[in-house]
Design a protein around this ligand. Structure first.
Ligand code: ADP
Ligand code: MG
Length: 698
């Protein structure tokens, strides 16, 4: 039996370890630096580095790395060993404060979207002391931010930390107005629920599409998919259970609060949810979780697929970003309270979110946009591409009463007067599980459900933190000038509801009529694809938002815009090449070989018995010959679509071209290949089928 409390965090240089291993003064200096985000004095850094190294070496580490999150979507590391030569030809293990706080990886190959001219191609990494160092595979990993020499962010952590500062600043102004003087900081919290697929490594290895692109580019539907709903919360297969046990243990060692695990809707699909924590740490932990999932799967002869849509016709994988605002000491500001005063504060924060989501729908949509996630959003398995807020009936009725200065009638008729009346209690579990809503209030937090499974949660949280900071800033500006706080507050809340209620929608988001009502009726955006939404990123209001709160400069935004578009085009390009390769070199030859066998069989039959019935062979040969001709045609079409890309110069036009021309040609090729698959002898088909992939784990 694993002793969980004993192993929990054993690979983390956490607070307990620091307290035990650092001189009191150093520990204190460390804590202060972490709390107020100050840079460490070099003498302090030297002491910390040395203690860290001793601890890491005792725990089997030989190397260290600055661990950072460049714009590639994965984490990056460059390992240096601790060894340092001595005069007598031996080595000692050394690690200096300088090496701890700052690194200079040769960063010219990371995407920068034109931010770094080549003459200053080197970026630097800077320790983020708010996130603990940890040991992974014998290497001490130091969480760092990654910037250019000009100080421009080249990663996801830097803007996330900036957005947390922004919301801290503005929320503190609000709390002060409510007389909360003992609160010293406000942070946001995140608990990301992570979906994934597990398939057998042996079948995976036979699928070039999975290997190169993470998703199947061909594959006919299996006789059984998810229609029986017999997988959701079903009992775990032994291999899966063993994987999950191992995974939990590994995550606990890294100080990650892995909490729940269960089977998801699709066959071979599962979910892991951690206990929430500070957004910045939750982001690091989610990156680590995804990495560890892949590693542990290998250990069990499995492969963990994090792609948003590995299989057509079967649910894809998402990630639910549970998000709230809390004081430094852990009081949840999105928790309705027991006194009129607490309620008024709750309602104001709630309104800040409603306003933020309405005004920055476009940014939230962009924050979840990727080639992979385009397959999910708007399909009837994930929230629609429309961003709207689900509040649940009770809260909705309360807001309606406030909006109309009317009375709310449960349990008794009360005219809601902010700051005077207590909110009627509304049971948490009626904040229903409306799966069709992109952004749902679930009792004391919001759940943003549009994220794709492979995405870093940094992006959506940068937007959420900043947009809500902006609402709070505007609120504070008004309230700080108010003669009568209570009545100004009342009007502010009522007017915010009136102005932004269009974003609140409690109905079924899959329904065609509702979609029309939301878009044509209320004017909400319905940005279906990555190329539809990305241009909004550079709209004036968005540049203003991010620069006002010091989260992105305009040039940082332009660089991100370019990186996102480029990435989109590259993903589709690789998929197209993979398809062509598979179709030309494996699929066409396989079908042809089968056709030949059928012809030979018919000839042999006739030889044996002149009147033999060869109608099956004839029909199949005829159909398959037609299909192979069609496949060859579609291959040619895809080939020429790819050649056509070369004449497109603008980066947005290029991405649009990939979506409209290349992606369409890919789908056409797939359709004929899938049709051929079901007619071709399994002996000849070069790849494991959907059935074999989805039901591979016994
Ligand atoms: P369920 O959705 O199954 O009812 P919970 O609501 O308890 O479960 O939590 C779902 C996810 O939301 C978990 O990852 C949890 O840690 C996270 N969560 C709960 N409270 C908060 C909060 N205040 N801030 C951020 N995430 C939270
Ligand atoms: Mg959820």
């Amino acid at each position: 039996m694993t002793n969980v409390p004993e192993i929990f965090g054993c690979l983390v240089f956490n607070d307990t370890t620091m307290k035990a291993r650092l001189p009191k003064e150093t520990y204190k200096a460390m804590k202060t630096a972490a709390q107020i985000g100050k840079r460490l004095d070099i003498n302090v850094a030297n002491v910390v580095a040395n203690a860290m190294k001793d601890w890491a070496v005792e725990n089997g580490a030989t190397h260290f790395t600055h661990w950072f999150q460049p714009m590639t979507g994965i984490t990056a590391e460059k390992h240096d060993s601790f060894i340092s030569p001595t005069d007598d030809g031996n080595v000692i293990m050394e690690f200096s404060g300088k090496e701890l706080v700052r690194g200079e990886p040769d960063a010219s190959s990371f995407p920068s979207g034109g931010l770094r001219a080549t003459f200053e191609a080197r970026g630097y990494t800077a320790w983020d002391p708010t996130s603990y160092a940890f040991i992974k595979d014998g290497t001490l990993c130091i969480p760092t931010a990654f910037c250019s020499y000009g100080g421009e962010a080249l990663d996801k952590k830097t803007p996330l930390l900036r957005s947390m500062e922004a919301i801290n600043r503005q929320a503190m102004r609000i709390l002060k107005l409510f007389g909360n003087t003992e609160v010293h900081s406000v942070k946001t919290t995140v608990g990301p629920e992570q979906e994934y697929f597990l398939i057998d490594k042996e079948v995976y290895d036979k699928r070039p599409d999975l290997i190169y692109t993470g998703r199947t580019l061909f594959g006919a539907k299996p006789p059984k998919g998810q229609e029986l709903d017999d997988h959701y919360f079903g009992s775990l297969k032994p291999r899966v259970a063993a994987f999950m046990r191992d995974l939990d243990e590994e995550l606990w060692k890294l100080g990650i609060y892995a909490k729940t695990k269960h089977n998801e809707v699709a066959p071979a699909q599962h979910e892991l949810a951690p206990i929430f924590t500070t957004t910045n740490i939750a982001t690091d932990h989610n990156q680590l979780t995804m990495e560890v999932m892949k590693k542990i799967a290998q250990r069990h002869g499995l492969v963990c697929l994090l792609h948003e849509k590995p299989f057509a016709g079967v649910n894809g994988s998402g990630k639910h970003n549970n998000w709230s605002i809390s004081t430094g000491s852990g009081v949840n500001l999105l928790e309705p309270g027991d006194t009129p005063h607490e309620n008024a504060q709750f309602l104001l924060f709630l309104c800040a979110v409603i306003k933020a989501v309405d005004e920055y729908q476009d940014l939230l949509r962009i924050s979840v946009a990727s080639a992979g996630n385009d397959h999910r959003l708007g399909a009837n398995e994930a929230p629609p591409a429309i961003i709207s807020i689900f509040l649940g009936d009770e809260l909705n009725d309360i807001l309606k009463a406030i909006e109309n200065d009317a009375s709310y009638d449960a349990p008794e008729k009360v005219q809601m007067k902010i700051g005077v009346h207590v909110l009627p209690r509304f049971p948490k579990d009626t904040t229903d599980r409306n799966r069709t809503s992109a952004f749902a209030f679930t009792g004391n937090k919001f759940e943003f459900r549009s994220l794709g499974s492979s995405a870093s949660v940094a992006g959506p949280n940068i937007v959420l933190n900043t947009a809500v900071a902006e609402s709070l800033r505007e609120f504070a500006d008004v309230l700080e000038q108010a003669d009568c706080f209570t009545s100004t507050l009342h009007d502010l809340i009522r007017d915010t509801i009136r102005k932004h209620k269009r974003i609140i929608f409690n109905g079924n988001g899959y329904d065609e009529n509702n979609i029309r009502e939301l878009t044509e009726g209320r004017g909400l955006l319905n940005l279906r694809s990555t190329t539809d939404c990305l241009p909004y990123f550079l709209h004036e209001k968005n540049i203003k938002l991010f620069s006002r709160h010091g989260v992105f400069t305009e040039s940082e935004m332009r660089s991100r815009y370019e990186i996102l578009l480029e990435n989109y085009s590259k993903v589709i390009h690789i998929e197209a090449l993979t398809m062509l390769d598979m179709a030309k070199r494996d699929i066409l030859p396989a079908i042809t070989a089968y056709v030949k066998e059928l012809c030979e069989s018919a000839l042999a039959k006739r030889n044996f018995l002149a009147a033999a019935d060869c109608s099956f062979e004839e029909k199949t040969v005829n159909q398959l010959s037609g299909l192979t001709a069609c496949i060859a045609e579609k291959i040619e079409a895809l080939d020429s679509a790819l050649i056509g890309v070369k004449s497109v110069t603008d980066i947005l036009d290029e991405a649009v071209y990939y979506k409209d021309r290349v992606f369409t040609a890919m789908n056409e090729l797939r359709a004929v290949v899938d049709e051929s698959e079901v007619m071709t002898s399994s002996k000849y088909w070069p790849y494991p089928t959907y059935g074999e992939l989805l039901f591979s784990v016994k």
